[in-house]
Write a protein that binds this ligand. Structure first.
Ligand code: C5P
Length: 218
């Protein structure tokens, strides 16, 4: 490993967009590629961590990373809560669907005479918030936030509302970084320090900086 700074530590990371089933053949999802979560998993493994990656997308196998595939937000929530129990760090990089269909239909929805169809949705659990609330002494939690304006202020509010120790705010209004892109541009917020804005760089370079910063959290 690069430094061994995370030797013996367990890091749990969520990645990808969740899939919320409508019927046996359809689901609701979003444009998340899972790339940032995978980059973080690689960067944490480079420091010798035991990494558990809870992911909706199967991108690649990384040495030292235990991958758990999930589909829905509820499934990701259940696995996250149980994997966090003996973890040292939790990083919420997944794009969790805020809503899911009220019920998963057993049969495929058929075309009807009506030209409109109403889907009823219900809110999913907030995984990061639940993890933050269940945090025990010594455990550290890192969240992400996709923002289009007032990035630092919204990020600081989210840091507090989710009981996180660090929040990585992402400007998603930029066309040259973020979703699906190989590049990212972020601002790191913590409880005690000034905001730190990282220059646009590859997701692996950003991930390495995030992990380095996470290691220094006290
Ligand atoms: O509240 P918002 O969706 O902006 O927060 C983003 C952060 O919260 C991300 O770290 C995301 O992974 C996490 N999140 C979550 N569960 C949700 C919604 C968001 O873990 N249901």
């Amino acid at each position: 490993s690069r430094s061994g700074k995370l030797q013996g530590k367990k890091v749990v990371i969520t990645a990808g967009g969740t899939r919320e089933a409508i019927d046996p053949v359809r689901y609701l999802t979003n444009r998340s590629s899972g790339k940032m979560g995978y980059a973080l998993a690689r960067a944490a493994a480079e420091h010798g961590a035991h990494v558990t990656l809870i992911t909706t997308i199967n991108r690649e196998t990384i040495f030292g990373v235990h991958q758990i595939m999930v589909k829905s937000a509820q499934e990701m929530y259940d696995v996250s809560m149980s994997e966090f129990e003996d973890a040292d760090y939790f990083i919420a990089a997944a794009a969790v669907a805020d809503f899911k269909p009220t019920a998963e239909l057993v049969h495929k929805i058929k075309k009807q005479a009506d030209s409109t169809l109403t889907l009823n949705l219900v809110q999913n659990p907030d995984i990061l918030k639940a993890i933050g609330q269940s945090k025990k002494a010594g455990q550290r939690v890192v969240g992400f936030a996709a923002e289009t304006q007032h990035i630092i202020q919204s990020g600081q509010e989210k840091l507090v509302s989710k009981s996180a120790d660090m929040l990585v705010a992402n400007d998603v209004s930029r066309q040259d970084a973020g979703f699906s892109s190989d590049n990212n541009a972020v601002t790191i917020l913590t409880r005690d320090e000034r905001a730190q804005t990282l220059a646009k760089a590859s997701k692996i370079a950003i991930a390495r900086e995030i992990i380095e910063r996470m290691i220094t959290l006290n």
